[in-house]
Design a protein around this ligand. Sequence first.
Ligand code: HEM
Length: 369
Amino acid sequence: MFPTPDPIPLPAPVWLLKLLSLLTLGLHFGAVMILVGSLILTIYLNVKGRARQQVEYVQASYVLAKRLPVIMTYVINLGVPPLLFLQVLYGQQIYSSSVLIGSLWISVIIQLMLAYWLLYRTIHGIENRKPIWHIAGLSLLIVMGIGQIYSFNMTLMLRPEVWNEMYHNSPIGMQSPKGDPTITPRWLFVMAGGPLFGGLWAVLLSHMAYLGDAVKAILRRAGGLIAGVGGVLMLAMGYRVMSLQPAEVWAGIQGSQLHLYGLYAAGATIAVATLLGVAQGMGKARSLAVSNLGIVAALLATITSAIVRDGVRDFTLLQKGFDVNAVTVYPNWSVVIVFLLLFVIMLGVIYWLLNVMRQATPPKEEISI
Ligand code: HEM
């Protein structure tokens, strides 16, 4: 069924590659969700502020919009490491599925550039007192469309039984996969995380000292509200994804402590993050510590969901004759150690950059209608 494996053995143990992949993928999901949620909130607050002629709403939308390009850099840069690990661990599957939807897959690069450019146009529009719902709305649609292409590919890589037919159907990959009921709920699970994580992000931003009290209150209330909606949707979509899994995959999840506890932890952390968002939105818990806790809970939710998702992939592929744990490993420890050292140095540099950012002169967030 699968193409013959790569003759070059894995350069590091499977568990280490998976650990790094799941950690970075959890962060990638977090960044994607903040991007989606921030875009939704930017549109909502800007439209509301302009319609009611309430400048504070427009200012709140500007606070969120100004950070969109930076968030996009995190989406992309935190997507690269899991993509590399994915190719190393599941090359036979992911290369095949990528070729089968090749035209769509390649189009992601152009779509990304367009969505990115539209983020800058959104900021420019707010600064020039123009309506931005159509620009930011288009960017949001493109971003969500990219997410759907990822869901197409990540589910198609698990279905070698349809590859032949798809290849004959369109050798240039001008097609999307059909017949897998998990595609849409998987995609919607991550998209629903947008309002949850984006809402918690808005609540966190409401603590910035230099914002006016009215802007802070708008960010906190609107953020808390959509976090509640997103959290409930996310739980519903997560339930749907899992309920669609075949009995063999369920048996695998239940037989593995990591995946079973990961599943419980994902549900619990989504619920905790949702409750923290709603409580802050209602003005019940307004300290910075609670906002930070909300972000940590949401981050744990994305990492634990990534673990469960990985289990679904491994137990599905096992049914189809591929066992990732049986792939030949020939560890190249010197390279692994250099990699880990660089990884730690990179974390230190990010910490240093964040500190520089915190100490910098606050940006001018004042804006008029
Ligand atoms: C706006 C841009 C993006 C969005 C909305 C997005 C969204 C998503 C979504 C929804 C998934 C989960 C798909 C599923 O399993 O059903 C996903 C997975 C993934 N994304 Fe992104 N993504 C974006 C950009 C990127 C970029 C630029 C990269 C890499 C350079 C990337 C790398 C990955 C990888 C590697 C996975 C799967 C990893 C694995 O299964 O091990 N993403 N993304």
